[in-house]
Design a protein around this ligand. Sequence first.
Ligand SMILES: NC(=O)c1ccc[n+]([C@@H]2O[C@H](COP(=O)([O-])OP(=O)(O)OC[C@H]3O[C@@H](n4cnc5c(N)ncnc54)[C@H](OP(=O)(O)O)[C@@H]3O)[C@@H](O)[C@H]2O)c1
Length: 432
Amino acid sequence: MRYSALVKSVRIGLLGVGTVGRSVARALAERRDVLSRAVGAPLLLQRAAVRDLSRDRGIDAALLTADARSIVQADDVDLVIELIGGEEPARTLIAEALQHKKPVVTANKRVVAWHGPQLAQLAAQRGVELRFEAAVGGGIPLIAPLTDDLAANRVLELRAIINGTTNYVLGRMAAAGLSMADAVREAQDAGYAEADPTEDVGGYDATYKLAILASIAYEIKVRPDEIYREGIEGIEPVDFRYARELGYAIKLVAHTQRHTGRVEARVHPAMISLDHPLARVEGAENAVFVEGDLVGKVLLMGQGAGGRPTASAVVGDLIDLARSIRRGVQSRPSFSFDDRIGVVPIGEVKTRAYYRIRVDDRPGVLAAIGQVFAEEGVSISSFIQKDAWSHDTTAELVVTTHPSLDASLQNARARMERLEPVHAVSSFLRVF
Ligand SMILES: NC(=O)c1ccc[n+]([C@@H]2O[C@H](COP(=O)([O-])OP(=O)(O)OC[C@H]3O[C@@H](n4cnc5c(N)ncnc54)[C@H](OP(=O)(O)O)[C@@H]3O)[C@@H](O)[C@H]2O)c1
């Protein structure tokens, strides 16, 4: 490690003073003494970058610049915190900071999910560290437990609720019977959802986070586009009622599991047994359930977003890196990735499923549906007729299955939709 030891203070360059950046700047100011004791040297906010210089940021305006590049190149900056967000220019700025041998802390899930391994390699080449605890699960410690505290384990499985917006939306649909559109609007009013909620509702945000967690947990490179993804768009209020009757909650689940020579990685809405801890994660909270071969099951839970919780993770990384700078040592070894291990295609994954099917209410329909499942080699666990409507003589059936290949479950769905008495397979959910 090429840090100079015994520095008098650690000078920070902050890129972005928005929701998280402002909380970080405030923590640095308000906790100056505590942080200084924790590091063994004062942490100084030396420079900060924003786009709009005219707005008050609650910090000395003389520190501000609109030229973020000048910060990553500055001789009087020892460490860079990137809180701009988005892919560019954030990725380039992080890479330039590392090139200039400045350790970097970032909360940027997109950049870490898509470019983390390359940036980690660059950091290793330059003898500095890249930290990103805040990129997944806001304030919940997840990266450090996986890289440090659980390092003695082989991670067998990791199952998580890592998108607070969708958890809030699904929770409101379940509790108040709201439609998806109304629940999303309520989440926007409460500040939990963006004006354009696609990244959250479509499951993209969760795939970035799962890509990071799976890459760290298994020490392999998992790109977001290798993860099977489905959003929560198709779920209707009635599914929550049926799920509860069957003993399940509906959650957007990010799941990864180790198989021999390969890993499973998928993000989709799923039914999860009411007695599983993840079923009880409420509102915008996040939770990650990890199973290691030595430790057994561990649950990490808390606030997955928000300025203050996210600043907690950013400043935690900052303290650790500042200590490294002080001592002239690197606290964590560089990441290494096993390129021989890939992701299992979704069709080859074995899972259980729930179907809600609108059919003509007449004899022979159940037999026709049963035949499709039999021909696809899918064994039915329960077959229940729910509501029936006399005005159009249709009925709703709910079918749950035993574990089967996902490809067979999908084939059964497509084939049922082509059956003459089937109006629609209105809902298809995997079941944990
Ligand atoms: N908010 C959360 O709860 C949360 C949770 C976990 C992780 N994160 C991550 O934390 C990061 C920051 O999120 P945030 O919510 O704080 O974002 P934000 O409120 O939009 O703040 C972004 C900041 O970056 C500045 N900025 C943007 N482009 C810039 C550029 N080219 N040059 C200089 N400054 C630039 C903006 O300046 P202006 O103010 O002048 O526009 C603003 O100060 C993101 O990666 C996000 O994914 C956020």
